[in-house]
Design a binder for this molecule. Structure first.
Ligand code: FE
Length: 209
């Protein structure tokens, strides 16, 4: 068994709506003098704009474009994302898992919601849901079908259970007809869901991208 440190949200006395919870917590913290409004603003800005799935998309696009980088990413993901300036809290021990024509990777945290914040930002609500956390392991093919992803019966599905110590990045397959694309354009195709493994990266529409 992997070691795991569950997270505690301590939200029992807060309102049930997440937005209200955040506002209530924020005003309480500021009122008690525990945090400065500026520090909170900087934190929110970090997760909204500087940390997010665009970071992961850059990593994927570089791996698609540069075979040596891809090799380094699969060998030592933490070091490879640091090359692009990404890392820090909850991204200290990263593992990249590569999708191939025969293997599809899916990431979950069965105990709570461990997630690679520095490259994917904040986890989506469904990632934290008890239904996803339990069913991704028991019936990954069925879960993927509900996300609209029907995999061939010949495709093997590997489910990776994140822990407080280990976070996973799915390296999706590069779609066909993207040979002429540069890294920036490729990155624009890569979605958060593809890097969690609940979606594929779609072939760009003709005339689009
Ligand atoms: Fe967790």
């Amino acid at each position: 068994m992997k070691k795991h440190t569950p997270h505690h949200d301590g939200a029992q006395r807060l309102p049930s709506d997440p937005a209200l919870q955040v506002m209530a917590l924020e005003s309480l913290l500021v009122e008690k003098g525990l945090v400065e409004q500026e520090a909170l603003d900087a934190l929110v800005d970090t997760y909204e704009r500087r940390v997010g799935p665009r970071n992961g998309a850059k990593v994927v696009a570089k791996a698609w474009s540069d075979p040596a980088y891809k090799a380094r990413l699969l060998d030592d993901c933490t070091a490879a994302i640091a090359e692009l300036g990404f890392g820090g809290l909850q991204g200290e021990h990263m593992i990249a898992v590569e999708n191939t024509p025969t293997v599809h990777n899916l990431v979950v945290c069965t105990l709570c919601s461990c997630y690679p914040y520095p490259i994917l930002g904040l986890p989506p609500v469904w990632y934290k849901s008890p239904a996803y956390r339990s069913r991704a392991v028991i019936d990954p093919r069925g879960v993927l079908r509900e996300f609209g992803l029907e995999l061939s019966a010949h495709t093997q599905i590997c489910v990776w259970d994140s822990t407080a110590e280990l976070r996973y990045l799915v390296l999706p397959q590069r779609p066909a007809a993207t040979e002429a694309m540069g890294e920036e354009q490729l990155a624009s195709l890569v979605t958060r869901d593809a890097m969690i493994g609940v979606a594929l990266v779609a072939v760009p529409q003709a005339g689009g991208a």
